[in-house]
Design a protein around this ligand. Structure first.
Ligand code: NAI
Length: 343
């Protein structure tokens, strides 16, 4: 079964790392037909008036699945970030960041190991962008919490947990202080959990104490459900437990199975074009994409391609075949070749 997906190479190291992922998916036999489109500075340089050209937006709206490299947003020139624009226009309300210890990438948390998923509400909270200068020297930033968005992300997290063989949901909140806003968020989560209580476990932790527990005992956590700001901070904290930017994939999900898969890191202009970038995070993101296609299009061959790619890169890492940021000596191309050799 052939599937169509949009490929956005992006800027800086984006073309190098997305190119690596495309080669690996092809070598694994994943039947993806890519439609390539520009975004970011690459789009401006190709003559577009905007960092997110209409053609790119339309292609993502049509195919509903994209693998995206990092995009540079020109600062001070009035452009909205590509990520924010895509998120808003496609209503990608759920950010998912799996965080797993990887054999061959040792951190102080490798033993007993981390294996959790951060699910973050992506559309509101303090990111509503509503700020007011009340009087010089006094500013309010509005935290918007709606029942609709809170229920939607809770439902998504429970469904995600159940379909990925996970059991325990921990909601991180500060409802002891933000009694109305975070109070509404956890009330919706509790109510939605009623439908899942025979399959899943549920707990609530106040975000400050919860953060302490995450670094003390990361192995006890399975799915962390957070509103926007807590999810943003906690997902970077969790990424730090397993080796940081080079090994952290991500996805943004919307309604009707729309999803954009991308690494967490940026366009790394300092190492762009030098064969130094670690493509692992975008490779992991493309594995998430294959699993999403396997689930939504009911195509098990995508699921088995995902398994083979994961096994291949894990075997490389264990054998010390790594890029420099992980303490190895391979370049982007050589690491990609090593993964393909193991496929
Ligand atoms: P960055 O993630 O691009 O770089 C931070 C540091 O990590 C740099 O030293 C870089 O060399 C290193 N690094 C990042 N990814 C790496 C990889 N795959 N392999 C090896 N080393 C890697 O963050 P920075 O410098 O804050 O942002 C640079 C540009 O990227 C900015 O224009 C920013 O707006 C954009 N950006 C885009 C994102 C996206 O499109 N999803 C996300 C974050 C930043």
């Amino acid at each position: 079964m052939e599937h169509r997906a949009v490929l956005i190479p992006g800027d800086g190291i984006g073309p190098e790392v997305t190119g690596a992922a495309v080669r690996i998916l092809e070598a694994a036999g994943a039947e993806i037909q890519w439609e390539e489109h520009l975004a970011g500075v690459a789009a401006i340089e190709a003559g577009s008036a905007d960092v997110l050209p209409d053609a790119t937006m339309k292609a993502v709206q049509k195919h509903r699945i994209a693998l995206k490299g990092p995009c540079t947003t020109p600062i001070g020139e009035g452009f909205t970030s590509v990520n924010v624009a895509l998120r808003k226009r496609l209503d990608l309300f759920g950010a998912v960041r799996p965080v797993r210890s990887i054999d061959g990438v040792n951190t102080r948390f490798s033993d007993p190991g981390v294996d959790l998923v951060v699910v973050r509400e992506n559309t509101e909270g303090l990111y509503s962008g509503i700020e007011n200068i009340i009087t010089p020297g006094v500013v309010t930033s509005l935290k918007v919490v709606t029942e609709q968005a809170s229920r939607r992300i809770a439902k998504f997290a429970f469904h995600y947990a159940a379909t990925r063989g996970r059991r325990r949901i921990t909601v991180l909140h500060k409802a002891n202080i933000m009694k109305q806003g975070d109070g509404l968020f956890i009330r919706c989560a509790r109510e939605e959990f009623e439908a899942w209580k025979n399959e899943l476990e549920y707990e609530e932790l106040i975000i400050d104490a919860g953060s302490m527990r995450i670094v003390q005992q990361p192995e006890r956590f399975d799915i962390l459900l957070c509103e926007n700001l807590y999810g943003d901070v906690v997902s970077d904290l969790c990424a730090g437990l397993v080796g940081g930017l080079g090994v952290t994939p991500g996805a943004n999900f919307g309604m009707d199975n729309a999803a954009i898969f991308e690494a967490v890191h940026g366009s790394a202009p300092d190492i762009a074009g030098q064969n130094l970038a670690n493509p692992l995070a975008i490779i992991m993101s493309s594995v998430m994409m294959l699993r999403h296609i396997a689930d939504t299009a009911n195509d098990s061959s995508c699921g088995s391609a995902a398994d083979r790619i994961r096994d291949a890169y894990n075997a490389c890492l264990v054998a010390g075949e790594k890029t420099r940021d992980l303490g190895g000596s391979l370049g982007t191309t050589e690491f990609t070749d090593a993964v393909i050799a193991r496929l």
